[in-house]
Design a protein around this ligand. Structure first.
Ligand code: F2R
Ligand code: MG
Length: 298
């Protein structure tokens, strides 16, 4: 098991979560049918979460690290408008594609506050997987990947938290050591303890053992698609269902809100630990997901 294989598993978990989660915006799609083993009809198109994560993956596969200029250019030139990007990201990616510096475009977003959307967190789990066991590098690379589109500190903290979680579960997979839910959240809190996102993760730790309904009510489900109202619940779900990928994704669907993105984040973390098959990403779900773009394979 190489770090690139972990990264690939993470991307598969992320993209399947995204694509399946997005199906639940289609009227008539039922979670009870999914629980009964009858998933929605394929194909499941993936959305912006996967398109951006594939660019992150390609950076790691080809260069082993995040170069901010190259990543910003990749995001902008691969942007497909029908993939459901957030409104701020649409503006920013078009500006960068038209020649603006990402530093200025990201800083100017939302009246100079920068985006605190969950878009930096939704694409970052493969970075943590690639740096499994190296929390510090995972956090630094996550920060670099976030900054090219999201200048607000909450968005950057959210991305760091997700990458650290993926690095920690990757460490556990490689070593074969156990990882309790509280241990995972403590490892994240060692790095991200500030801001609303840090406070939310601390609250998530106190809610371990709660129901999906209570946890999502208390922590948010991304209905406001911000880092601080998305990342705490996703870490709660990943920690709670770390050994069971399908159950982790179903928890996101049950929670409602920004389902494609909560399932992408949770899927990217959990698949780093479970891999494919058995209690990992079901092979039938992988087949149902729209094939990844060529730049996100290999
Ligand atoms: N947004 C969606 N889906 C709904 C759009 C559908 C689309 N129009 C279509 O039908 O095709 N999904 C995607 O957005 C989330 C990721 O968002 P990202 O990349 O962070 O974008 P953005 O626009 O920067 O932030 C998202 C929203 O958060 C609010 N917001 C952000 N920063 C703010 C700030 N400083 N102050 C106030 N509000 C802020 C805004 O409402 C942004 O639009 C994922 O769900 C992805 O799948
Ligand atoms: Mg999406």
């Amino acid at each position: 098991m190489t770090h690139l294989q972990l990264c690939r598993d993470s991307l598969d978990g992320l993209s399947v979560g995204d694509a399946l989660g997005a199906q639940f915006f289609v009227p008539g799609t039922s979670v009870s049918e999914l629980v009964a083993g009858r998933p929605p009809a394929s194909p499941w198109p993936w959305t912006d979460d996967t398109e951006m994560a594939c660019s992150v993956f390609a950076e790691l596969r080809d260069f082993g690290k995040i170069d901010q200029d190259r990543l910003a250019s990749a995001f902008a030139h691969r942007y497909e408008p029908y993939r459901g990007y957030g409104a701020g990201s649409v503006v920013l990616l078009r500006q960068v594609r038209d020649g603006a510096a990402w530093q200025q475009a990201a800083a100017a977003a939302f009246d100079g506050k920068g985006s605190m959307g969950n878009g930096a967190a939704m694409r970052v789990a493969p970075i943590g997987a690639f740096h499994a066991g190296d929390t510090r590098t995972a956090a630094l690379e996550a920060m670099r990947s976030a900054e090219v589109t999201h200048a607000h500190p909450e968005a950057v903290l959210g991305a760091i938290a997700v990458a650290v979680a993926a690095a920690e579960v990757g460490r556990a997979r490689l070593s074969g050591a156990g990882l309790e839910p509280a241990q995972l959240l403590d490892a994240v809190l060692d790095v991200v303890a500030t801001g609303q996102t840090g406070a939310g993760i601390a609250r998530a730790r106190s809610l371990l053992g709660a129901s999906v309904a209570e946890a999502s009510y208390e922590l948010g489900n991304g209905a406001r698609p911000l880092a601080q109202t998305t990342v705490p619940f996703t870490l709660w779900a990943a920690a709670t269902y770390l050994h069971d990928y399908p159950r982790a994704i179903i928890a996101c669907i049950e929670a409602g809100g920004d389902v494609d993105t909560t399932a992408a984040i949770v899927g990217g973390i959990v698949a780093t630990f479970t891999g494919i098959g058995d209690h990992g990403v079901p092979r039938a779900w992988l087949t149902a997901r729209e094939p990844l773009p060529a730049f996100g394979t290999g």
